[in-house]
Write a protein that binds this ligand. Structure first.
Ligand SMILES: Cc1cc2nc3c(=O)[nH]c(=O)nc-3n(C[C@H](O)[C@H](O)[C@H](O)COP(=O)(O)O)c2cc1C
Length: 279
């Protein structure tokens, strides 16, 4: 599918969600629902997706009328689909108990050989956030100056990065300690083992993001530490062996975030048996 087609499809999905709301409104007011609109606009490969779009609000409505609480599965679906990257926060601080709940969820992730290579540094005091943001900003400035970029654009970038870190109520520095992973003599298997530690740490981070959504908090990943791990290690005085992977900013959301469309399933899945059965 070309980029243009992908955009068209993304619009289609948004239209479908709107159509869904329209169906509900029309059904409730006893007017004729425009169901065909949904089926006209959804890619046939995405029929399961379309059913989700149709059924989820209806299910929520029925549950609301019955006053029955959502099941765990419905809650999880809602958390997964509602989560968005939130980059601006209200000033309110986040309690330690909440942060611990987020980190407990992170640490519940699966990991290769159950070695749990994830490590976390919680930065919730302004001095620590400023030290880290300043050090990372200096490295960003050096790197982009060496690239020959426009000084004004560099300063804007440095300033944006500084504000993002210092204005978030909590910044969680996600690190990885791969020293407990298996050791190999050859580079091929060493690299695979290293990647397994990275994958495990990323899974923990996704749990953290979902737990934040579940708590009604906003969160966003910042990948900048990966570009300057030694700078981060020094600024945040990381223990030996902890390698900075990313930052997760967390706070009460100040906006609803931006809708970022996803590629249609038909673009990202190969399902040979299903295609054979259909032909
Ligand atoms: C590994 C990783 C690194 C990211 N780095 C950044 C970043 O440096 N700055 C930023 O604003 N967002 C960053 N993001 C957030 C993505 O931009 C965001 O997840 C994506 O645009 C989809 O939007 P959504 O999270 O709202 O669904 C990162 C996400 C991931 C998974």
């Amino acid at each position: 599918m070309s980029g243009g087609d992908a955009d068209q499809h993304a619009t289609t999905k948004i239209v479908s969600r709107r159509a869904c709301a329209l169906i509900l409104t029309k059904t409730l007011t006893n007017r004729r629902p425009c169901v065909t609109m949904i089926f006209e606009t959804v890619d046939p490969h995405d029929i399961a997706d379309a059913l989700d779009i149709l059924l989820l609000p209806l299910l929520c409505l029925m549950r609301g009328l019955n006053r029955a609480p959502m099941t765990v599965g419905e809650k999880l679906g809602s958390v997964i689909h509602k989560r968005r990257s939130i980059r601006r926060y209200q000033l309110a601080q986040i309690g330690h108990a909440v942060i611990e709940r987020l980190l407990r969820a992170a640490a519940q992730a699966p990991s290769a050989h159950n070695r749990q290579p994830w490590r976390f540094v919680v930065l919730d005091d302004i001095a620590a956030k400023k030290t880290l943001a300043t050090a990372m900003g200096q490295r960003l400035r050096m790197d982009r100056t060496a690239d020959g970029d426009d000084p004004k654009s560099i300063e804007a970038d440095v300033s944006r990065s500084y504000s993002r870190i210092t204005e978030a109520p909590v910044v969680i520095l996600v690190c990885m300690d791969s020293r407990d992973m298996d050791e190999y003599r050859d580079e091929r298997r060493r690299q695979a083992e290293y990647l397994m530690a990275v994958q495990s740490t990323a899974m923990a981070t996704q749990n953290l993001l979902l737990a934040a959504e579940q708590e009604g908090l906003g969160a966003c990943v910042m990948c900048a530490p990966l570009f300057c791990p030694e700078v981060v290690a020094e600024a945040s005085q990381l223990p030996t062996g902890w390698k900075a992977q990313m930052l997760v900013t967390v706070g009460q959301p100040d906006n609803t975030g931006k809708h970022r469309p996803r590629r249609p399933l038909s673009d990202i899945i190969i399902w040979p048996a299903k295609n054979q059965a259909a032909s």
